[in-house]
Ligand binder design. Structure first.
Ligand SMILES: [Ca+2]
Ligand SMILES: [Ca+2]
Ligand SMILES: [Ca+2]
Length: 503
């Protein structure tokens, strides 16, 4: 969901920080040889015949296979209807038509079987020539199912003019497999709350398999979950315009190993974030609660240098928990947002204070330092007591620790609690990743001197992380410090420069 306004007053006091050592932000040489420069050899498709897929309201109603020897052009909304399975071969390229805002919609009861490989990812991209592609050239991929959403009817109509209603009572619903897939230059915000994201997941059930998905240059959110129970591993969001990971309407899945990287100068009027999470836009107590659990995320924001930041003022926060969300984030790294963690509204604060939402074993670094506080950084802010639509400004500072929350535990106390084991650093460079801000050839692997390597290990003892879905690892963030180029999970299938790729 979007918020329309970022304006007006704030409740302010300051957050004093134990500033860590400030270092040059210039990346040091690649100490480990683990760089993840991952502009792969893409399938050569220029000589392949183009198959136009334009189904109108009829959609695809029988089992269909798209093969890698063709290129497919999506014109308008292409629905895959209940009972039909769309199979896409590894290495297939699908381009979305710019004029008609092509989009692919998997309806409840239908399946997509998109099983790419590291060597042959399935690529959804713009139909524009290289160098001429842009945010929102086409619609995106929308997968929907029959898993619960928390609206009063248990159903929800998709956004963006899509006809599909999703949601139901089948938490284990299976919408297929979506594996080694890239989605580039999709995502359209027609109007606020009327958006097609790069990848939209509406009421998608836990029987669905999602892993190794990169969404680049989405004109709205990269990935937005509306309810559902689906889990995912190995997600990449790159140069998203709005939010990287947006959760709403009771999404309760689990996500491990995800990375986001932002263009500092591109952001959305709704406020751009790595995470936005709502129970619903009104902050209801509807069930199921938005209670997703993310672990091992590396979120790189727009601010390289907190003292001299050059970034779009539309950037809001790394993690924005609002509207009664009970989403958890653990074992993760948030770097370089104006505010790294924003707790929005008294109801959300109470959710955190009572432990429904966890924020543990995380590292936050490089938040804006020149706020209207006299010292310190905005690593964590609380805005309230009402939902912050009218309370947020780019220069908010945090209410004092004891006064801000009606409960006994204030936000800074919560953040710093020994049991939560969160750490703060003054600059991005303090975290010592290899080359995290490079927009076309980044590396998020920690250097040997990184606090990720040298101190507190990740923890999977929290009851929200004991599910067998989670792979217990010793490191915080998405990348194993001992990874090599060949073992790094980005290798081969991702592309951080799709603007210059010939498809
Ligand atoms: Ca959003
Ligand atoms: Ca959205
Ligand atoms: Ca937003």
């Amino acid at each position: 969901m979007k918020k329309n306004t970022l304006s007006v007053a704030l409740l302010a006091t300051l957050l004093g920080l134990a500033a860590c050592e400030t270092k040059d932000i210039t990346p040091a040489p690649n100490l480990q040889g683990n760089g993840t420069s991952t502009n792969p050899t893409n399938p050569t498709t220029t000589t392949k015949p183009t198959v136009t897929v334009e189904t109108g309201s009829a959609g695809i109603t029988t089992n269909t296979t798209w093969t890698a020897n063709n290129k497919y052009l999506l014109k308008g909304f292409v629905y895959v209807g209940s009972g039909a399975t769309l199979t896409i071969e590894p290495g297939t390229v699908i381009v979305g038509d710019k004029d008609t805002k092509g989009a692919l919609i998997i309806e409840p009861g239908a399946k997509i079987m998109a099983m790419g490989t590291a060597a042959k990812p399935i690529i959804f991209t713009s139909n524009q020539p290289k160098g001429s592609r842009n945010y929102g050239d086409w619609g995106g991929v929308i997968i929907t199912g029959n898993a619960p959403v928390n609206t009063t009817t248990g159903k929800q109509l998709a956004e963006g003019g899509v006809r599909t209603t999703y949601g139901g009572i089948d938490a284990a619903d299976n919408s297929g497999v979506f594996q080694y897939v890239r989605i580039e230059f999709a995502g359209v915000a027609f109007t606020p709350n009327n958006e097609v994201n790069g990848l939209t997941l509406g009421g998608v059930g836990s029987g669905t398999t999602i892993d190794h998905v990169q969404v680049s240059y989405s004109g709205d959110d990269a990935i937005e979950w509306f309810g559902g129970t689906v889990n995912a591993k190995y997600l990449v969001t790159h140069r998203t315009f709005d939010d990287d990971f947006d959760t709403d309407l009771g999404f309760s899945g689990k996500v491990q190993f995800a990375v986001s990287l932002r263009d500092p100068l591109q952001a959305d009027q709704s406020g751009s974030k790595a995470f936005e999470s709502n129970n619903d836009s009104g902050g209801s107590t509807n069930s199921p609660r938005t209670s997703a659990v993310f672990s091992n995320v590396t979120a790189i924001g727009p601010i390289l240098n907190p003292g001299a930041a050059v970034y779009s003022p539309q950037y809001t926060a790394g993690v924005h928990l609002r509207a009664n969300s009970a989403q958890s984030l653990m074992n993760s790294v948030i770097i370089g947002y104006p505010t790294n963690v924003l707790i929005d509204g008294g109801v959300t604060a109470a959710t955190i204070a009572n432990g429904d939402a966890r924020f543990k074993n995380n590292i936050v670094a490089g938040a804006l330092s020149n706020s209207n506080s006299t010292a310190g950084q905005r690593n964590i802010l609380y805005v309230g007591p009402t939902l912050g639509n009218s309370n947020l400004t780019p220069n908010n500072t945090m209410s004092s620790d004891t006064a801000a929350w009606s409960s006994a535990v204030g936000p800074l106390t919560w953040f710093k609690a020994t049991a939560n084991a969160n750490r703060r650093y003054a600059t991005a460079d303090n975290v010592q990743l290899l080359n995290p801000f490079n927009l076309t050839s980044p590396s998020f692997v920690p250097r040997t001197a990184s606090p990720i390597v040298s101190t507190v290990p990740a923890s999977f003892t929290d009851s929200k992380l004991t599910d067998s879905f989670f792979t217990p690892v010793t490191y915080i963030g998405a990348f194993d410090p001992s990874a090599t180029t060949s073992s790094n999970w980005l290798a081969g299938w991702t592309n951080f420069d799709p603007q210059n790729t010939e498809y």
